[in-house]
Design a protein around this ligand. Structure first.
Ligand SMILES: Cc1ncc(COP(=O)(O)O)c(C=O)c1O
Length: 370
C-alpha cells in the first residue's frame, strides 16, 4: 500500500485545460484594480456559490485575513479575540497589522467558546475572529450578536470550511468578512490562494486596494497596500476547482460516515457530533483519544497512513507567542484538545481500498491502545 497522505489535491483535465489557456494567452497576471480574466471568473463563481455581493481573490488565506483586518480598521494596539487552537496564520495576521491577539478558549467541538469571548471583550476589542475548525461551523449567532452590540467587527476564518453551512447559510457569509484559503490541502485548492467574501461595499473596495499596493487607477497609491494578488494560473485552477466543490464535499461526507460506522462501539475515541443546525465539510476527520495518542499515531504511520495532529502546539504556546508575552495564558480546553486529538485521511482522493485500510487500521489501533 502506498503512503496515504492526510490530504491531497484532486487535479483533473479541467484544471489542466484552463492552465493551458492561461499559458497560451501570455497573460500570467494582471495588476489592474479589478484583476485578470481568471481572477474575475473565480470571483464571480465564488459570489454565486456563497450568495454574497463581493468576493475578492487574494494570493493566500493569510492575505485574506490580513487585508480583512486592515479593512475593518484593526491597527496599532487594537485587541482581537480569536482561538489559540488554530493554524498560526489567524494570529499572525493580527500581529501583522499591529493588533494584539487575545486568545479565547474553545468548546468540546474545538471552536471558540462564546462565553469566554464575552469574558475577554474590553473597550479595546476591535474584532473577533471565529475559526470554523476542521470544516465545522463555529457558534456564530452568539458571536455575531456580541460583535454587533459592541460595534466590534466579526471576521470569519473560513480557511477550512468552504461549503459548510450554519443555519442554512454558508460559513464565510455570516459576518463582516469571511476569509478562505486555497492552499494545497484545502477543500478546493489552487496550490496557494485565498478569497474574502463580504456584503459590505466599503470593505470590499478597501480589500481590492490593499491587494494591489493601495492603487485604484494607475500608480495612485491611496492607502498602504501589499502585493496580495492572485496570479492568473492559480486563479484558473481555482476556477476549475470551485465547479467541483459539491462533489468533493459529498465524497468527504461519504468517507467520514464510513469511518464513523467502522469505529462505532470502539471506546476511547470521541468524535464531535454534528449539530442539527449546521453541516460539516470534513476538511479533517478528527478524534479525541482518551490515551496513548503517540502509540496510535506511530501505528498508523507505520501502516502507511498519514495520521496527523492539528494542532499539536496551540498558538499561545509557540516560541514566538511566548516571547510576545503569552506564556502565562491558560486555556484549559485548548490545551487538553491539543494533547489528545488525532486526524486521519478523509479526503475525496481516497480509493475504496485506501478508505477500507484507514478504517480497519484505525479501529485496530484504537482497540489496542485506547
Ligand atoms: C484555520 C486556518 N487559517 C488560516 C490559514 C492560512 O491560509 P493560507 O495557508 O492560505 O495562507 C489556514 C491554512 O493554511 C488555516 O487552516
Amino acid at each position: 500500500m502506498n503512503f496515504i497522505p492526510i490530504n491531497r489535491p484532486l487535479i483533473g483535465e479541467e484544471e489542466r485545460r484552463k492552465v493551458d489557456e492561461v499559458l497560451e494567452s501570455g497573460i500570467l497576471t494582471d495588476a489592474t484594480h479589478q484583476g485578470g480574466k481568471y481572477v474575475r471568473e473565480f470571483e464571480s463563481k465564488c459570489r454565486t456559490l456563497l450568495g454574497v455581493k463581493h468576493a475578492i481573490a487574494l494570493n493566500s488565506g493569510t492575505a485574506a485575513l490580513h487585508a480583512s483586518l486592515i479593512a475593518c480598521g484593526v491597527g496599532e494596539g487594537d485587541e482581537v479575540i480569536l482561538p489559540s487552537f488554530t493554524f498560526v496564520a489567524t494570529a499572525n495576521a493580527v500581529v501583522a497589522c499591529g493588533g494584539r491577539p487575545v486568545f479565547a478558549d474553545i468548546r468540546e467541538d474545538y471552536n471558540m467558546d462564546p462565553a469566554d469571548v464575552r469574558r475577554k471583550i474590553t473597550r479595546r476589542t476591535k474584532a473577533i475572529i471565529p475559526v470554523h475548525l476542521y470544516g465545522y461551523p463555529a457558534e456564530m449567532d452568539e458571536l455575531r450578536e456580541m460583535g454587533g452590540r459592541q460595534s466590534v467587527s466579526v471576521i470569519e476564518d473560513a480557511a477550512e470550511s468552504l461549503g459548510a453551512e450554519y443555519k442554512g447559510r454558508q460559513t464565510g457569509t455570516l459576518s463582516n468578512a469571511g476569509c478562505f484559503s486555497l492552499y494545497a490541502t484545502k477543500v478546493i485548492t489552487s496550490g496557494e490562494g485565498g478569497a474574502v467574501s463580504t456584503n459590505d461595499e466599503e470593505i470590499a473596495e478597501k480589500i481590492r486596494m490593499i491587494r494591489n499596493h493601495g492603487m485604484v487607477e494607475g500608480s495612485d497609491t491611496r492607502v498602504l497596500g501589499y502585493n496580495f494578488r492572485l496570479n492568473e494560473i492559480n486563479a484558473a485552477v481555482a476556477s476549475a476547482q470551485i465547479d467541483k466543490l459539491s462533489r468533493f464535499i459529498r465524497t468527504r461526507r461519504g468517507n467520514a460516515s464510513f469511518l464513523t460506522d467502522q469505529i462505532r462501539g470502539v471506546s476511547g475515541a470521541t468524535l464531535t457530533q454534528t449539530a442539527e443546525d449546521r453541516t460539516h465539510v470534513w476538511y479533517l476527520y478528527t478524534l479525541r483519544l482518551s490515551k496513548n495518542r503517540g502509540k496510535v499515531l506511530d501505528r498508523l504511520r507505520s501502516r502507511a497512513i498519514g495520521a496527523s495532529v492539528y494542532y499539536e502546539t496551540p498558538v499561545h504556546r509557540t516560541p514566538l507567542y511566548s516571547k510576545l508575552g503569552y506564556s502565562k495564558v491558560r486555556l484549559r480546553v485548548t490545551e487538553e484538545a491539543a494533547a489528545h486529538v488525532i486526524s486521519v485521511p478523509v479526503h475525496p482522493g481516497l480509493t475504496e481500498q485506501e478508505r477500507g485500510h484507514v478504517a480497519s487500521e484505525l479501529k485496530g489501533a484504537l482497540r489496542e491502545f485506547t
